[in-house]
Design a protein around this ligand. Structure first.
Ligand code: AMP
Length: 223
């Protein structure tokens, strides 16, 4: 099983990905988190990706594909995994299928109005160490400015500022939105309303995943 979380930046992919990971035990792979770590550690790859990330543009496909390849063949991904922020365009989706052809796919698109997205991105804070996600209004840490999980400082992402948010949404519409049609044709696409409470959204996601997992078990047994 490969769960692909689609949807614009700020739509809640990271938060919902964490919850799916906890419930189903599939590891969440976020290309954004992986890239931010590379930038933080000042690796060659991080240096290559930094400019695009700070401007809200997409990083070169080859770089993210290599990172994904490295992750999805690890033993913890054998049963399944969750992709957050990948693929970001049709080329990446095709390459993912070439790399791992047979894996069953479920695509969950968390849909939100542009106004809510901009508000959420401006209120988002992340842990500078473990990457856990918070929101100043909806998902506050227990102690202000401090991560509940590892106690590190919470920061605002450099790309969660108005000019870069605008560019990221533009990139989403121009490149990522095409995946809706791509996955709809493959009949693996499910759209979820992302405006409500975190728990309501996750319940809706779980019911899709439970149903699709059950279906795939029946199909496997019939083979
Ligand atoms: P995210 O945390 O998913 O919002 O990603 C932050 C930034 O990392 C994006 O604005 C891109 O610059 C880069 N990035 C993340 N995932 C990808 C991807 N699949 N392809 C290209 N660039 C990516």
């Amino acid at each position: 099983m490969r769960v692909i979380l689609l949807g614009p930046p700020g739509g809640g992919k990271g938060t919902q990905g964490e919850l799916i990971e906890k419930k189903y035990g599939f590891p969440k792979i976020s290309t954004g988190d992986l890239l931010r770590r590379e930038v933080q550690e000042k690796t060659t790859l991080g240096e290559m990706a930094k400019a695009e990330m700070n401007q809200g543009e997409l990083v070169n496909d080859d770089i993210v594909i290599e990172m994904i390849k490295h992750k999805i063949f690890q033993p913890d991904c054998k049963r399944g995994y969750i992709l957050d922020g990948f693929p970001r365009n049709v080329g990446q989706a095709r390459r993912l299928e070439e790399i791992e052809e047979k894996r069953q796919e479920i695509v969950i698109d968390i849909h939100l109005s542009e106004q809510t997205l901009i508000q959420r991105l401006s209120e988002r804070r992340i842990c500078s160490s473990c990457g856990a996600i918070y929101n100043l209004l909806a998902r506050n840490p227990r102690k202000e400015g401090t991560c509940d999980f590892c106690g590190s400082k919470l920061i605002q992402r450099e790309d969660d500022v108005p000019e870069v948010i605008k560019e990221r949404l533009k990139v989403y519409h121009e490149q990522t939105e095409a995946l809706i049609d791509y996955y709809s044709r493959k009949k693996v696409y499910f759209r979820i309303d992302g405006e409500g409470k975190i728990e309501t959204i996750s319940k809706n996601i779980y019911s899709i995943l439970d149903r699709e997992i059950a279906k795939s078990r029946v199909m496997e047994a019939a083979r």
